[in-house]
Structures are given as C-alpha cells and as structure tokens.
Write a protein that binds this ligand. Structure first.
Ligand code: FUL
Length: 486
C-alpha cells in the first residue's frame, strides 16, 4: 500500500484514488532495554573466529608462566592469508587475535616492552603478527578485533599502578596502529603465580578495583572515534561472557542483565551470565566462546581431538541457534598455519550449515492469524515470511500471547523452525510453541522459552503442510520479524 505519511488518512485516501484501506495503527512502543547500533551490527555477524597464538604454541602450554624466552617464538611457515582464507570460507565475519596472552609476550613490536616478536628470531625480529592479521582480515572482508590479557605474568610491576599505565599504553598502541577494532576482548582470568620479572611468586589483585575499568573503557571509547568497538568482559559493558567454555548459552537466553552486581572474574555468576535476566535494565548479550580443540592453543597431541563438523554444528545450534553469537577459536600450529584437520572440520561444518538451511520450505507459503495489530496487513503474519528484518508481525498493545498459522505450498518433511524477533524494539518472547498438522490433527512438535535475535529450534521430524506458531508468554506485546522452516 502506498502511504502519504504527512496527510490525514482520509485525504491520503482521496489522493491515492484507490481503495481506501485504513491507515496502519501506530508502531508498537519499544520495550525495556534496547541494543545500540553497534550491538545490532555485532549480533548480525553471528559467527566470529578467535585466534590463540603466542609462545605457548611453541612450549606446548595453555598458560605461559611469563619467563619464556622470545627465542622460542619461530613459526617455520607462517601464512596469515591461509588463516583468513579458511576462516572467511567458513563464514566468519570477524577475527579476534590474542595480541598478548597471560605470558605477556606481544605479537606486535610494542614500544613499551622488549618481550615481543621484535626479540624473536622470526623474520629476524622484523615481523608484526598483529599488523599482518589485521591487514589480511580486512582484505578478506572480515573485521579485526583484539584480545589483550589484563593479567601479565611477565611484568615485574603486575599488581602496581604502573602496570595499569603500561596496559593502557599498549591498548592505545593497538587502537592507533591497527584500528578500527570491532571487538575488544578483556579476559576475566587474572592474578596467580608467575615469573613477574624474576620474582617467581604468587600475586593476587583485587579484581573489582585494581584495573580501574571505568577509566580504561572511557579511553577505548575515545580511541575509536565512532564508539563502535564492542567491549567484551565477564561484566560487559557491551557483551558478556556466557559462563562456560562448552559452546552453550541457556534457554532462556536473555540479552538483558543488571550489570551492577557483575565484575570480571567474580565467582558464582556463571548461571546468571548463561541466562541473563528477563526485563533487566541493560542490553548486554552473551557471546559463546569455545575452542575447536580441547585447548585454546595448538598442541600436536590434540590433532585427533579436533571437534567434528557434527559437534561444531551442535555448538552452532546452542549458540547462534539460541540467539547468541559464536566466537570459535581456531589456533594456528607451530608452522603458523591452521592445521589440515581443523580446515577439514570447518569445511564440513560450513557445508552442514549451508545444506541444512539452503531451502526454506516457507518461501512460497501464506500466513494467517485471527488477531494481529489493528488487524492491519502491515502487522499481519505474512510479514514473517519476507526477508525484510524491518517488517514484523505484531500484536495489539496489552497482548502477551498470540499465534498464527503458516500454510506451506505442499506437505514436506521438516526438522527445524527458525524464528526472529525485531530486537531493535527489545526482547519480549518468554515462551513459544510450534505445532504441525499431522494425520489430520495439530500436534506440538517443539517449544522453547526465548527467541531474541534468532532461534533455530530442532523440531520433531514430521511431514506437514501446516504449522502454527504460538507465543505463550511475553514480557510485552510479542513481535516476530521472521519465521523460516527447514
Ligand atoms: C580464558 C583464558 O585463561 C584462556 O587461556 C583463554 O584465553 C580463554 C579465551 O579465556 O580466561
């Protein structure tokens, strides 16, 4: 329908000389905490790659003690373009690199330390892995992000205020030389034993106050002028840790949480991080970080333990498929290449995703419902069938439930139903049910709690030409922007 937004409905109707459809009701009011543009963009990336690479790759450790000689860092056949080809073929939209892990060795020639690639034999100390990865990621169409470990087991002043200055200097270096940085990863692991410049002792810091995060976060916002960096930590502020390293976000998965009780490294909050809190005051989605191997770094003895395409697919369903975002770690080996086994797994995984979700059985379907916003087609069930994320099915103000039926062109066997909420207007749905017409009767084939940005629900494998989507519980009038059937 053509609309004349500035004219009263009657006049617009006269001018259009067509049938006088009633004007659409006002759009539903946003509900609760809302995502920023940067958070929305991040959410749409769906899968990003994590890269763990440092002296650990050469010492076969997970956590370097901090006393490693830079001499050991010497990849024999480093090829970051190979990494980026593999990663972009696998569908990743961004890459987050460990520019410095807990051992303190920096992958770029930092002017603030000698403990870096500059002191290594690799490229006679002339190399810069951060720079190479940044450039290659961008040239392969992926965004570049950075992990900079707050815990530094090499520095003698770890635990003193001078270390915080050192840490901030390095952050500034990274943003100024390798930006824009789409995601800044602040690891919650900190404090413990280490080399600490030869002290060889155990140091504990006050996780809540030592780092003075508010000042550092302000600094990051200023370093990237459009404030588009998404900041990760256990406690946000933009995205939160998911509470485990198994690749699983909860159902329910709320993008909202009250952050006043969170801080990086705080014990006892994993359940809270895994589920979020319905209707809470801050939009802070969970990011699912998990490794393709048992460890975060490459170990030859784990070559036989690389996750299979099927395992990765299950992780995809328990992360992206539950409205979260997947940050999958793929650690390069001692050559400086992504190992063949990992490459094969990623390929198989991508093929599984592509083939499972290639054919939306609802493409030529029709949709109908008994109640939708003002009974106006602009908010009717058909809006979930198009690919436009800005149009959606909506219910009337005051509603907390709703349903509609999708009629497929022919009976087909289905296995998954994909649903999306227009989260720009807040996260609402707290319970939903899918039913299908089987042997002449409507039968429940799946249900869940939250939807959020995207929900991919594994349903009973039935042959049907009709399904009903029913929102059984919602914090505000339910809205859905997309339903697809596979
Ligand atoms: C943890 C670290 O201790 C691990 O080594 C790894 O970097 C993981 C992503 O975060 O806190």
């Amino acid at each position: 329908m053509k609309r004349f937004p500035l004219l009263p409905a009657g006049l617009a109707c006269l001018i259009s000389l067509g049938t006088c459809a009633p004007p659409p009701p006002e759009a539903p009011a946003p509900y609760g905490a809302l995502p920023t543009e940067a958070q929305l963009e991040w959410q749409q990336m769906e899968t990003n790659a994590f890269i763990h690479f440092t002296t650990n790759t050469f010492t076969n450790k997970e956590w370097g003690y901090g006393d490693e000689s830079p001499e050991i860092f010497n990849p024999t056949d480093l090829d970051v373009d190979q990494w980026m080809e593999v990663l972009s073929d696998a569908g990743f939209k961004g890459v987050v690199l460990t520019s410095k892990h807990h051992d303190g060795f920096t992958l770029w020639p930092s002017e603030y330390t000698d403990h870096s690639v500059e002191a290594s034999p690799w490229k006679n100390g002339e190399g810069d892995i951060v720079g190479m990865v940044e450039e290659s990621a961008r040239s392969h169409g992926m965004k570049f992000g950075v992990y900079l470990s707050p815990w530094d087991r090499n520095r003698s002043d770890y635990g003193d205020s001078t270390y915080i200055t050192y840490y901030r200097n390095q952050l500034t270096e990274l943003f100024e030389n390798y930006g824009p940085i789409f995601e800044m990863w602040f690891d919650g692991a900190n404090g413990g034993d280490g080399y600490y410049g030869g002290a060889d002792e155990r140091r504990s810091i006050d996780g809540q106050h030592y780092y003075d995060w508010p000042t550092t976060l302000d600094m990051v916002r200023e370093l990237q002028p459009d404030s588009s960096t998404i900041i990760f930590s256990d406690a946000g502020p933009d995205i939160r840790w998911v509470g485990n390293e198994r690749g699983v976000v909860g159902d329910p998965n709320w993008n909202t949480i009250n952050p006043d009780t969170l801080y990086a490294g705080k014990a006892g909050i994993t359940d809270l991080l895994n589920h979020g809190t319905p209707g809470a005051d801050t939009w802070m989605p969970a990011e699912v970080d998990v490794s393709i191997r048992p460890g975060w770094f490459y170990h030859a003895e784990e070559d036989s333990l690389v996750k299979t395409p099927q395992q990765l697919f299950e992780i995809y369903l328990t992360s992206v498929g539950r409205g979260s975002q997947l940050l999958l770690n793929i650690p390069p080996d001692r050559r400086g290449r992504i190992h063949e086994t990992d490459v094969a797994s990623l390929r198989g995984w991508r093929q599984m995703i592509d083939s499972t979700f290639a054919d939306n059985l609802a493409t030529d379907a029709s949709a109908d419902g008994e109640a939708y916003r003002g009974m106006h087609e602009d908010y009717g069930p058909a809006q979930v069938l198009d690919d436009d994320p800005e149009t959606y099915w909506a219910t009337d103000d005051g509603a907390t439930t709703g349903s509609f039926t999708i009629q497929l062109p022919e009976a087909r066997e289905l296995g998954y139903v994909l649903l999306q909420e227009p989260i720009r207007l807040g996260q609402r749905v707290a319970g939903f049910r899918i039913s299908a017409l089987v042997d002449g009767e409507m039968r429940e084939i799946g249900s869940g709690e939250t939807i959020g940005y995207k929900r991919i629900l594994l349903v009973d494998r039935v042959s049907t030409d009709r399904i009903t989507v029913e929102v059984t519980e919602s914090l505000a009038p339910p809205l859905l922007s997309r339903v697809a059937v596979y």
